[in-house]
Design a protein around this ligand. Structure first.
Ligand SMILES: Cc1cc2nc3c(=O)[nH]c(=O)nc-3n(C[C@H](O)[C@H](O)[C@H](O)COP(=O)(O)O)c2cc1C
Length: 201
């Protein structure tokens, strides 16, 4: 009886293992895009930066996946360079549910199968320009993988906000500290590799 039981559990384990593998997407023939928003200037815990935290991660994700890279830029960037005033402007934009104009569109967006969306965590949400971007594109048939840089809040509910706004199939998101992105490239790279592996890259 014991032998039968253990044979059953071994088969079950093997089956579940195969099943978990089968759930992973085959990314080998997918066209992949990394879209991100990121802010230079004074940022929390890192001082004055010339390359944004999310930008650093976005470039690493693009490098590791062979994806195209697109930065969401504001048409009229009037954001303060100092951190504190920036947080105030960002909060009032969030409260107003604003849609700041963005400078460019992605060329041939329809051709992409998988879109990584990279964003800083602003007030447990995305900068409102991300919504402008999302709402000006057609997400049907797309798979989205979100990544967030933050200073303690992690992903917050950003993945579900992206799901609601795009209606896309969502892959598990990654959260990484902004100061780690800025100051520890090796750790950042390792965290990204680990995450991408789980997504099937
Ligand atoms: C307007 C604003 C709001 C922020 N709100 C949060 C927050 O709610 N939770 C958090 O963990 N970090 C928050 N941060 C910190 C940023 O998420 C973090 O510094 C991020 O890495 C910045 O990315 P970037 O350099 O790509 O813009 C905020 C930063 C700014 C500028």
């Amino acid at each position: 009886m014991n032998k039968i039981l253990s044979a059953f559990f071994i088969s079950l384990t093997i089956f579940m293992g195969f099943n978990a593998k089968a759930k992973e997407m085959d990314m080998s023939n997918k066209k992949v895009l990394v879209v991100y928003f990121s802010k230079t200037g004074e940022q929390y815990g890192v001082g004055n930066i010339t390359e944004g935290n999310t930008a650093i991660i976005a470039k690493m994700v693009a490098e590791q996946t062979g994806a195209d890279l697109f930065e969401i830029k504001l048409k009229n960037d009037t954001y303060p360079v100092e951190y504190k005033p920036l947080t105030e402007v960002a909060l009032s934009e969030k409260k107003a549910n604003a849609r700041p104009g963005i400078a460019d569109d992605v060329e041939n967006f329809a051709n992409y199968d998988v879109v990584f969306i990279g964003t800083p965590n602003w007030w447990a949400d995305m900068p409102m320009a991300l919504y402008t971007f999302i709402e000006s594109n057609d997400w049907s048939g797309k798979t989205v993988a979100p990544f967030v840089t933050h200073e303690g809040s992690g992903l917050s509910s950003i993945p579900s906000k992206i799901k609601a706004a795009t209606g896309a199939k969502m892959l598990d998101g990654m959260a990484i500290y902004g100061h780690v992105a800025q100051n520890d490239r090796e750790q950042s790279k390792a965290e990204i590799t680990n995450w991408l592996k789980k997504l099937g890259f």
